[in-house]
Design a protein around this ligand. Sequence first.
Ligand code: SME
Length: 152
Amino acid sequence: MISNFEFTSDEEFLGFIDTYLQSDDKLVSDLANLSSLIFHYLDDVSWCGFYLLDNDELYLGPFQGKAACTKIKIGKGVCGSAYKRGETLIVDDVNTFPGHIACDSASKSEIVIPLEGFGVLDIDSTSYSRFREKEKSLLENVMNLLSKKINS
Ligand code: SME
């Protein structure tokens, strides 16, 4: 069950994700479609994907965008820092973030939403300050829905 239609609000988008995640699809399939759905729903996004937990590092999972680095140590980069801190990180200018890992030199801002025991959702933009409270709330809700499925 998947439709490539236009969503008119965050509520509609989240409702679709909620229903979609109630299928018995494999997790990797869910992550692949979630990365695509988010990538196409949000404007001005150059990369959207998952890094998944494996012991003391995160490894590249399903994504949309250019090829990216495959391993990030917990505590390193924006992704590893967000996972270690257990909180969403919004970086308005990636050049000012100590230890930022530049997979794509065109990337200017980034948001990373962690999910304990699982990994992170990482989204990049080629615009500065692309991500705000609105996107944080939306994406944390997406991760809560994913968490519900993972833990069910
Ligand atoms: N910039 C990230 C690395 C992953 S790429 O953005 C796809 C970081 O600093 O963790």
